[in-house]
Design a protein around this ligand. Structure first.
Ligand SMILES: Cc1ncc(COP(=O)(O)O)c(C=O)c1O
Length: 432
């Protein structure tokens, strides 16, 4: 007799959320942990947005509302999308969701039959991979190589496409690598998609970090490439740009109204609607000129932290790191640290239940013995990740905290005897 349906065994949870209880435990035992694991900006929501939330509450804008999203917000999104992507979409093509996350999994439910193939970046936001088997589709990871600054070549994309390819996820600027792409690269990807993919497929372009870009570069969307708007779902939201992860406002722009209305139907079935007072504040975020300054200030801060922490982390013996062009993450390669600490052999000698990955072992060792929390490569897609030893560090913390975090990682990277002691104690070797 089984209480739970079989499909539950085909979905896992995001490691970013699993590490929390470990941090609490370490803090109870050993004092403060430096948290470089967080995927949320460490700034307050800009005050004009907070004021609008309060104003809307005072107006009693607290009831059920349009499941597709308030028209006022969809109009504001529409005009911003048309301006930045050079499109001519309409509010009817847009659906508002509780965050940027829901349309990722819902897209697989809407478009994929069992056996259909889904191409997604790996390392990538874990939800892309986590949902695929849940809906009975087939995961096809597109591995992003450090040597290509965590982008991929058109040939690598072409090699993954088959007649069963139904969805292709793209995510630039990327979580977890911070990689960005040029307009030319997107044109090359589009050429491959237009030439090799069946017509009834979709590109899901997750552009949630669109406004966090460094070095004077600009954001490009594959939807702007000729003939791609009719194939591309643009997904974005307010969590990262406005440091507003708790507001839970995201959206997707669909190629057809018919598709948008299917997602609206799912919204009705799952959660009815997104809180209207937050939606009005999201509209304010898009329309108020003060937002531009607030976002620029945050991005400038991220950029100077990126410069500093990238140069410091790159100096740690055994660590190399690509310089990210956007988002707020660094993705250092710790292969040589794994060798210096003999982590690969030590990991192999663990029992099968304790095994995860050498980088995960380093993550747990760093947390328990050096009080610094990071995430490992396998937290961002597990299929085909063996032998790839990376960490993700978030720079969403004050500079002094980040610098202390780097010092602790450096200490952990050279602490052979500490690692042996940790392996003997074995509090929680495996995050999974
Ligand atoms: C690439 C990517 N897409 C989507 C999301 C989801 O964002 P939200 O918090 O708005 O659901 C995240 C959050 O970390 C992300 O990194």
């Amino acid at each position: 007799m089984n209480l739970f349906a079989e499909r539950n065994s085909r979905i896992d949870s995001e490691n970013a959320f699993k590490v929390g209880p470990h941090i609490v435990r370490v803090e109870q035992q050993n004092g403060e942990v430096i948290k470089l694991n967080l995927g949320e900006p460490d700034f307050a929501v800009p005050s004009h947005i907070k004021d609008e939330i309060k104003r809307q509450l005072d107006l009693d804008n607290t009831k059920y509302c349009d499941p597709k999203g308030l028209l006022s917000l969809r109009e504001a999104i529409c005009s911003q999308i048309n301006q930045t992507r050079g499109l001519q979409t309409s509010p009817e093509h847009i659906v508002v969701f509780p965050g940027g996350k829901p349309p990722i999994g819902l897209a697989q439910q809407v478009y994929c039959e069992p056996g259909d193939e889904v191409i997604y970046p790996s390392p990538g936001f874990p939800i892309y991979e986590l949902f695929i088997r849940y809906v009975g589709a087939v995961p096809v990871p597109l591995h992003l190589e450090e040597t290509a600054n965590f982008t991929f070549s058109p040939d690598e994309l072409a090699a993954k496409i088959t007649p069963k390819t139904k969805l292709i996820y793209l995510n630039f600027p990327s979580n977890p690598t911070g990689a960005v792409v040029t307009g030319r690269q997107l044109e090359e990807y589009a050429e491959v998609i237009l030439e090799h993919c069946r017509p009834d497929m979709r590109v899901f372009s997750d552009e949630i970090y669109e406004n966090i870009i460094f070095d004077g570069q600009q954001h490009y969307s594959i939807s702007s490439v000729k003939d791609m708007a009719g194939k591309t779902i643009i997904a974005s939201g307010f969590s990262k740009t406005y440091s507003w992860t708790g507001g839970r406002i995201g959206y997707a722009v669909f190629p057809t109204v018919e598709e948008a209305d299917i997602f609206k139907k799912l919204n009705i079935n799952y959660f009815s609607c997104v809180p209207p007072y937050n939606q009005e504040a999201a509209r304010e975020a898009l329309e108020n000129p003060l937002s531009k300054q607030a976002v620029q200030k945050m991005v400038d801060t991220f950029e100077s932290r990126r410069n500093l922490i990238w140069s410091q982390i790159s100096k740690i013996p055994g660590i190399s790191c690509q310089k990210p062009g956007g988002a707020f993450y660094l993705f250092p390669n710790i292969s040589a640290v794994c060798e210096n600490l003999d982590l690969i052999n030590k990991h192999q000698r663990l029992s099968p239940e304790e095994q995860s990955s050498p980088a995960n072992l380093f993550q747990m060792f760093s947390l328990y013995e050096h009080q610094v929390a990071v995430l490992d490569r396998n937290s961002f897609g597990q299929i085909g990740a063996d032998g790839r030893h990376f960490l993700r560090l978030s720079i969403a913390a004050e500079q002094s905290v980040l610098e202390e975090g780097v010092r602790r990682i450096k200490a952990a990277a050279g602490d052979v005897s500490g690692l042996d002691k940790f392996l003997k104690k074995r509090p929680d070797l495996n995050l999974f």
